[in-house]
Design a protein around this ligand. Structure first.
Ligand code: PLP
Length: 375
């Protein structure tokens, strides 16, 4: 059996090595290192895949969120409602812009924003909602879009973990995550479902005017070189990363299928274990399993994690401390106990190894190890 890792990026690279190596060599010879035709081509291909009019590549998924809020004109004093049960980037950029993060609780089954709690948290200062499509499935976008419309709010989808997930709307139409809100962000961090070999990110929007603003902000607030209309940032994708992403985008459906096969293997092994809940599937979204995350009850989570690690199996807690209890983001508005589902989840969640390269003997070893803990 090959050693088990949380994510096997080398194994994945080896399968596409000839294509990737040729593409990288091509970039070295072209001397077009940042932006340029490779990035343009990737943006177009990704727009087609997502089913959105505009894709704007940038330097990483954190920048993408920040740029989305800048392009929407959000300002100091505005409030943005988002999840506390998320990777910190979402909240970090809200705070960085002087905007007030307001936390809504999540649903205990899907781990995604609870629309009813979002609605309760709306005030006259609320300007936007950021649903995070956590672990690979889309938040309840019909409900969130309806709330946003009723209150005149923007919706920014944080699609860093769910690229490729398909959401079925109330009217039966199917949309990819990242194409439903006013604007969306994603990340190409190496371990993401569509990951490059460095940092990368992108924004999606169907609004051409908004897309123009995004491009301007990414490029030092400038449409014409050395003329600066607005305050911007420097956030660009390397051509080399774009070339690699073009190759990986072609494999994305096959990668999703591999992740789903591993998830099904896990599900079947764990479905009768009393203290384990397998990941609940949202009724409206497919799951692309950025993470396969169990809920371990009965106070057994940390013991199980140790049991697995002792058997050479890495397991991770995403996320051990919710944003509202982090030193950097603690406020009187959200003391301990203010987001009960979020806080309970941080004590119960455990993510198992998940990648496109998990083999049956590895999966068997992992599931046997989990089962042996409960025997
Ligand atoms: C990874 C991630 C980000 C940030 O992306 P980077 O490319 O690492 O900056 C933002 N939000 C979520 C939910 C993420 O998982």
């Amino acid at each position: 059996m090959k050693p088990i890792q949380m994510v096997d990026l080398v194994g994945q690279y080896e399968k596409i090595k000839p294509e990737v190596d040729v593409a990288v060599q091509g970039i070295m010879g072209s001397a077009a290192f940042i932006g340029g035709p490779e990035v343009k081509a990737f943006e177009n291909e990704l727009s087609e895949f997502i089913g959105v009019k505009n894709t704007i590549a940038c330097a990483n998924g954190t920048d993408a969120l920040q740029i989305a809020m800048m392009a929407l004109g959000l300002e100091r004093g505005d409030e943005v409602i988002t999840a506390s049960f998320t990777f910190v980037a979402t909240v970090e950029v809200v705070a960085l812009l002087g905007i007030t993060p307001v936390f809504a609780d999540v649903l205990p089954g899907t781990f995604n924003l609870d629309p009813a709690d979002v609605e309760r948290k709306i005030t006259p200062r609320t300007k936007a909602i950021i649903p995070v499509h956590l672990f690979g499935q889309t938040a309840d976008m019909d409900a969130i879009m309806a709330i946003a419309e009723m209150h005149g709010l923007f919706v920014i989808e944080d699609n860093a973990q769910a690229i490729g997930a398909v959401y079925t709307r109330k009217d039966g139409t199917q949309r990819k995550s990242g194409s439903i809100g006013h604007i969306a962000s994603t990340s190409f961090f190496p371990s993401k479902n569509l990951g490059c070999y460095g940092d990368g990110g992108a924004l999606f929007t169907n609004d051409d005017e908004l897309a123009k603003k995004v491009r301007r902000i990414c490029n030092h607030g400038s449409d014409t070189r050395y003329y600066h209309e607005v305050v911007g940032v420097n956030s660009r994708l390397d051509a080399m990363q774009a070339a690699i992403l073009r190759i990986k985008l072609k494999h994305l459906s096959e990668y999703d299928a591999a992740r789903n096969a591993a998830a099904t293997f896990y599900d079947n092994a764990f479905k009768d274990l009393k203290d384990i809940s397998i990941p609940e599937r949202s009724p409206n979204s497919t799951h692309v399993f950025h993470q396969y995350t169990l809920k371990v009850t009965g106070g057994h989570r940390d013991g199980l994690k140790k049991h697995l690690e002792d058997r050479g199996i890495p397991a991770m807690i995403y996320y051990p401390v919710p944003c509202h209890l982090q030193s950097a983001y603690k406020t009187a508005q959200f003391p301990e106990g203010s987001l009960p589902i979020t806080e309970k989840l941080t004590l119960e969640v455990l993510s198992l190894p998940m990648s496109t390269e998990l083999e049956n003997d590895q999966l068997t070893h992992i599931t046997n190890a989990v089962k042996s803990f409960f025997q």
